[in-house]
Design a protein around this ligand. Structure first.
Ligand code: PLP
Length: 378
């Protein structure tokens, strides 16, 4: 029998939450994409942060060399992969206590962002907090767990209620803002005082552009004071190593939490394929390709920044990440429409929260030729 406490077709309300997800927002951009596509010299698509430069050759070779994979891979990841990640954490993120045992590979971090509240056991009545302007999947993850999504930058506004999970994302998508160590330290202290887990999405950690305010990991001793208790950090190879098509990232931090995630992920079959694990090992073992990619993005960023400012835009934050957060002090859809008429597609700020209603997000993940086309048109 289906009572009031059940959703349609007798599913539980928590399961029914799966069906009340927001509309996939990118569909709303489709008419503007069509307009931009109609430009005589074609579209310049700056709306999504999908890398366009080749995956570095040694990474592709590692994938190919591991393509004979008849057996099941390890959910935990190979010891070589976990060691390579721990080395990267020490070298590039200054995480002195990096422990390979606390590294867990994931099938791209979007997957982890969407399922983390569920995997950690958050459910109805639990609060999952994330930034007011944020990557939409934090909200989706709270909803998939049947928990309450709370978009806020002011933890104090939550009052005495202890959330289950607090997401931080520095450098931020969409604004490119970097949270300094003091800010992150306060978040950690606040959450520890309430038994909340802080999860730090650090996908853009190696894309800082302002030496005065460099991105810092939540696991850096200046933030966590040497203890990873109650903390998780995640990193992705999608942007760092042009590997978005491989689906590869990891989560690390509090060993007890990572073990819990491993346990559930083993049961659920959330396993990174063996050839991808081999490619990840090479990617995290090398920084030269990242520095080359950084140089490409730095050039594109400078060119786009200059062109958009000249065109009357004000750029805010944007000290890191792969985006410019820009405004002409008008509703974001007017800006999207204006730029689409020039054949340039950007992301409406509204996709990231109501506070983005008068901004657009400009990705600099486009080839040099397309960036040059955009700057000429502007
Ligand atoms: C802040 C943030 N987190 C996570 C992701 C997901 O990245 P991936 O699933 O490719 O690792 C993205 C992708 O754009 C992102 O911007």
């Amino acid at each position: 029998m289906v009572g009031d406490d059940r959703g349609p077709a007798g599913f539980s309300k928590e399961v029914w939450a799966l069906f009340t997800l927001p509309d996939f927002p990118w569909d709303r951009l489709a008419p503007y994409k069509e307009r931009a596509l109609a430009h005589a010299d074609g579209i310049v698509d700056l709306s999504v942060g999908t890398p366009v430069d080749p995956t570095p050759e040694p990474i592709r070779q590692a994938l190919a060399a591991a393509s004979d994979a008849p057996g099941y891979p390890q959910t935990y990841g190979t010891p070589e992969l976990r060691e390579a990640v721990a080395g990267w954490l020490r070298r590039r993120a200054g995480v002195t206590g990096a422990d390979p045992d606390a590294v867990l590979p994931v099938i791209g971090t979007k997957e982890l962002v969407a399922w983390l509240p569920t995997l950690l056991g958050a459910g109805p009545g639990d609060k999952v907090v994330f930034p007011a302007l944020a990557y939409p999947t934090y909200d989706v993850g709270a909803r998939l767990a049947g928990a309450d999504p709370v978009a806020t930058d002011g933890l104090l506004s939550l009052g005495p209620v202890a959330p289950k999970i607090v997401w931080v994302n520095s450098p931020s998508n969409p604004t490119g803002k970097v949270l300094p160590a003091e800010h992150l330290r306060k978040v950690v202290a606040w959450a520890r005082g309430r038994g909340a887990v802080v999860v730090s999405d650090e996908c853009y950690l190696e894309f800082g552009w302002d030496e005065r305010n460099p991105p810092i990991s939540i696991l850096h001793p200046d933030v966590c004071e040497g203890s990873h208790e109650g903390l998780l950090a995640l990193n992705s190879l999608s942007k760092r190593s042009n590997m978005a098509g491989y689906r590869a990232g990891f989560v690390t931090g509090d060993l007890a939490l990572v073990r819990r995630l491993l346990e559930v992920r083993k049961h659920a079959g959330m396993i990174v394929p063996a050839p991808v694990q081999a490619a990840m090992t090479v990617a995290y073992g090398d920084d030269a390709h990242v520095d080359e990619q950084r140089a490409r993005y730095a050039r594109r960023r400078a060119a786009l920044r200059e062109a958009f400012e000249r065109h009357g835009f004000r750029i805010e934050h944007s000290e890191a990440s792969l985006y410019l957060w820009a405004t002409r002090d008008e509703p974001c859809w007017d800006t999207v429409a204006h730029l689409a008429s020039l054949g340039v597609l950007v992301g409406p700020g509204e996709f990231y929260g109501p506070g983005g209603a008068r901004h657009v997000r400009i990705a600099f993940t486009a080839t040099d030729a397309r960036v040059a086309a955009a700057t000429t048109r502007l």
